[in-house]
Design a protein around this ligand. Structure first.
Ligand SMILES: [Zn+2]
Length: 258
């Protein structure tokens, strides 16, 4: 039996119109979501959230531009290591970590998992290590979040984490060069889909509207369509990447979400 825990990685305040591109400018606060998948063969952590230093020193960690664009509304304990402790675990109890992508709110806690295998799409890794591509300025990861002596495992496309088809990383490129989402199959019929930033909110999927933070529009639209099919045609319970309304309805750790 697979058990899933929703871990609160804190909250970010940001421009609403960056998530819903036709919205009037305003600020809103969104959750940073991490998920622990407890499988009989081991555990997978999907995303590591913000680095704990961002709670107290966003400016020092990321500089003035991001400190102005983003407000951090997290409290002590809203970091992934503290959240794991809520379910009685330490980083060493988690053999697999996956990053949906390498934006700072999804891989900030990577450095705390030196024993884990960290699964990232090859395309994300190649892009983050290409000076020419980074110089274009459309994809802006922060090396201080992921560039540590960690055991990265690059994958290309679908990746079946435990080899039984129940926990599968699926490529959803477009938000960033190598974004991936997570599909969990439980029992015969139950599917849970964790979109991460391939779909920020339910509104993005329902209205087929992209954010402004996009690496490749065509690829991101295609990925959004694939995710919508999983939700609407295959009945996958869908957890969006940064949806405040949905987050309030999810049971958070230490209780299992599902
Ligand atoms: Zn994000």
């Amino acid at each position: 039996m697979i058990t899933i825990y929703a871990l609160c990685g804190g909250y970010l305040e940001l421009p609403y119109e960056s998530m819903i591109r036709d919205a009037s400018p305003s600020r809103w606060t969104v959750p940073i979501e991490c998920f622990l998948i407890d499988h009989p063969r081991g555990r997978l952590l999907f995303d590591t959230g913000l680095h704990c230093d961002t709670l107290t020193n966003m400016l020092g960690r990321y500089g003035p531009e991001r400190a102005t664009r983003f407000g951090v509304h997290s409290k002590a304990g809203d970091d992934v290591v503290s959240q794991l402790a809520r379910v009685g675990l330490e980083p060493a109890d988690v053999p697999f970590v996956a990053n949906s992508h390498w934006h700072f709110d999804h891989c900030g806690g990577n450095e705390f998992f030196p024993q884990a295998t960290i699964i990232v799409q090859q395309r994300e890794m190649d892009a983050a290590r290409s000076p020419e591509l980074l110089a274009q300025g459309k994809y802006r990861p922060s090396p201080k979040d992921y560039d540590h002596p960690l055991r990265y495992h690059a994958v290309d496309g679908d990746h079946d984490v435990f080899g039984d088809g129940s926990v599968v990383l699926i490529p959803t490129y477009g938000h960033t060069p190598g974004h991936q989402s997570l599909l969990v199959r439980r029992g015969r019929d139950e599917r849970l889909l964790f979109t991460a930033d391939a779909c920020y909110t339910r509104e993005n999927m329902d209205r087929d509207i992209l954010p402004t933070v996009v690496w490749d529009e065509r690829e991101m639209s295609h990925a959004l369509g694939r995710l919508r099919d999983l939700r609407d045609k295959q009945g996958a319970m869908t957890v969006y990447g940064h949806d405040p309304a949905q987050w309030r309805t999810l049971r958070q750790a230490p209780a299992p979400m599902a």
